[in-house]
Design a protein around this ligand. Structure first.
Ligand SMILES: NC(=O)c1ccc[n+]([C@@H]2O[C@H](COP(=O)([O-])OP(=O)(O)OC[C@H]3O[C@@H](n4cnc5c(N)ncnc54)[C@H](OP(=O)(O)O)[C@@H]3O)[C@@H](O)[C@H]2O)c1
Length: 187
């Protein structure tokens, strides 16, 4: 499968690592061409099963059916607006932990979630999925062996975003430097 990541920061590195290890080809779109090229070369080195990784400037046409938005919460709306006309038929993956300005709570309105707010911004023929927000970038790079769990309807994003926020608040007290993440234990 081929996917596009919008953004080239920490989570682009983490998610990109897992995607290419699973044999998925990747286009990394970045505002900084040098940063994008470096990240693409690094991910290509870790690619499996013929996965190809390329960098492209921000604003290039979105060719893949799956687009992962990997920018700060405050930059999401402008990015969706910018790509709006290209989104029908695509799956937009929202990974954000929408922290408020003081980082002591979520910025989203009660009874909603960032993912649901985004679903209202995209064209009706686009689908929004919440994913990856309950992990951290370094965990994605180093852990491997992860299994995705389908948690159901998009409103489950409310719980996922609260889980992400709680885990962030625990990093200081636990002293685990953004390396301790939720794990679901199976019988
Ligand atoms: N870090 C984590 O462990 C973690 C875990 C779960 C979820 N998340 C979520 O992942 C998202 C990204 O976090 P991150 O840690 O990867 O951040 P980051 O390292 O700061 O990277 C952010 C990326 O977004 C780009 N960007 C910033 N503003 C933009 C704009 N207005 N238009 C286009 N691109 C823009 C940056 O480009 P420039 O370099 O050009 O500024 C950079 O490539 C956030 O929503 C965060 O809540 C992060």
């Amino acid at each position: 499968m081929s996917m596009t990541i919008l953004g080239a920061g920490n989570m682009a590195r983490g998610i990109g690592t897992r995607l290419v290890a699973g044999g998925n080809s990747l286009t990394l779109m970045s505002r900084d061409p040098q940063e994008g090229a470096t990240l693409a070369a690094e991910r290509q080195a870790g690619a499996d099963n013929g996965a190809l990784v390329q960098a492209a400037p921000f604003g290039s046409p979105l060719r893949d059916d799956v687009v992962i938005l990997v920018v700060p919460y405050t930059a999401e709306a402008e990015n969706i607006q910018q790509h709006h006309a290209q989104l029908p038929g695509k799956m937009l993956v929202n990974i954000t932990n929408p922290l408020n300005a003081t980082q002591d709570g979520l910025a989203t309105p009660p009874g909603s979630s960032d993912a649901e707010e985004i679903a209202r911004m995209v064209p009706p023929a686009a689908r929004v999925v919440k994913a990856f927000n309950t992990t951290f970038a370094r965990t994605l790079v180093e852990a491997g062996g992860l299994r995705g769990i389908d948690t159901g309807q998009l409103s489950r994003a409310r719980q996922l975003e609260e889980m992400g926020f709680l885990d962030i608040t625990l990093q200081g007290p636990l002293g685990t430097h953004f390396m301790s993440v939720w794990k679901l234990l199976f019988p």
